[in-house]
Design a protein. Structure first.
Length: 381
């Protein structure tokens, strides 16, 4: 059992604002009686060691005389100043306050009498970002903003159509016999087996025994305790009792132990691989037609009008078409190759309406991309 730590507090005279020692019952400066003041805890206040003083401190809170306001020790039956009875007076309260930082009281304190040195807490090191990196980020963001801003700007220009270019393509497919392979049980419908063989499909681990190995591990151990100040008790007589508590101190300890580590061997797992023939539609080529002055048309593919699933038969697959129109600015002679308006590909209908030699009002962005040709129908796209 550790002896209680009792410290003398202080109080501020309500009459002249002088700070007085806690045990003083009248003001050092003006002589006013202490009255019902608030006692202040002093972290570095005088520790009360004298046996008689300690007895006074722990006897009980003072009481305040109802008639003259004088402070009287707990065990006095009558007022020291005016002899009024204790029963008429007001007993001060014994109050507890926790020490948590903030509260006006001290921060948590660790006793110098800790049985083991307190743990050293290691804060992760923050590496500051280099200046060039920060500057680079700022420039990149500004650049992006500038691009977005330029693209959103619109300028109007009058331009002449000086060239046209179109391209149309059709994927051609043919029904063919294909040689393929699959694991047994996974063959597609219509497969005609050609040959089969046993092949390694995967490997599995087979336990062959155990090996004794030493391994290290970390264990948290309590290596001692330390005293931590949890709060203070206002004894109501100008003295404070500190409330201390034991807190465990832990440390990570490296230990070794012997473990049985399983040993495995890889063993192949065989399965049946089947080669088969199957008839499928396969992409064989892309038929392309393109031109500049002529009317756009789809290429010849030689596909059957009503293709059947017969080996050698051809059919048409996906189609794609692209249209480009070259404009020349009437103002500065700069040329613009347009294959989209805004984000939409240039349509066949727009391509047809744009005839060489025609003049059009064209909206271009700050980045020099054609955004719209308002004269084309439908006007907004
Ligand atoms: Zn005073
Ligand atoms: Zn009195």
């Amino acid at each position: 059992m550790v002896e209680k730590i009792i410290r003398e507090g202080s109080w501020i005279c309500p009459n002249c604002q002088t700070k007085n020692r806690g045990a003083k019952e009248t003001c050092d400066a003006c002589g006013a009686v202490r009255g019902n003041v608030q006692f202040l805890y002093e972290e570095d206040g005088q520790v009360v060691t004298d046996a008689a003083e300690r007895a006074k401190a722990t006897a009980g809170p003072d009481w305040i005389c109802a008639f003259c306001g004088n402070s009287n020790a707990f065990d006095r039956p009558t007022c020291q100043s005016c002899s009024a009875a204790r029963s008429e007076g007001t007993l001060r309260q014994v109050k507890e306050a926790t020490v948590k930082g903030g509260e006006g009281l001290a921060r948590r304190q660790v006793s110098p009498h800790a049985t083991v040195a307190p743990d050293v807490r290691i804060e992760p090191v923050k590496v500051p970002l280099p200046l060039w990196f920060k500057a680079g980020c700022v420039i990149a963001v500004l650049g992006l903003l500038a691009l977005v801003g330029l693209q959103s700007l619109s300028f109007e220009d009058t331009m002449t159509v000086v060239g046209k270019e179109w391209r149309r393509a059709i994927q051609v497919m043919q029904y063919q016999t294909c040689r393929e392979g699959a694991w047994r049980g996974e063959l597609p419908a219509g497969a005609r087996e050609i040959r089969r063989q046993e092949k390694i499909r995967s490997y599995r681990d087979v336990l062959i025994g155990y090996q004794t190995v030493e391994e290290t591990y970390t264990e948290r151990q309590q290596v001692g305790t330390r005293k931590v100040k949890k709060g203070v008790r206002d004894l109501g007589n100008g003295r404070f009792e500190e409330i201390w508590d034991d807190e465990p101190i832990y440390r990570d300890v490296q230990k070794t132990r012997t473990v049985q580590k399983p040993q495995y061997r890889k063993e192949p797992v065989y399965d049946t691989w089947i080669e088969f023939d199957i008839d499928r539609w396969k992409d064989i080529e892309k038929a392309v037609a393109q031109g500049t002055t002529d009317e756009p048309r789809w290429p010849e593919t030689g596909a059957a009008a009503h293709p059947r699933d017969i080996v050698g038969e051809k059919r048409e697959g996906a189609r794609e078409e692209t249209y480009k129109v070259t404009f020349k600015s009437d103002k500065d002679g700069k040329t613009y190759v347009v294959d989209k308006l805004g984000h939409q590909p240039l349509s066949y209908e727009a391509f047809r309406r744009l005839q060489p030699g025609d003049h059009h009002k064209v909206i271009i962005s700050g980045l020099g991309l054609v955004k719209d040709i308002p004269g084309l129908q439908p006007s907004s796209r």
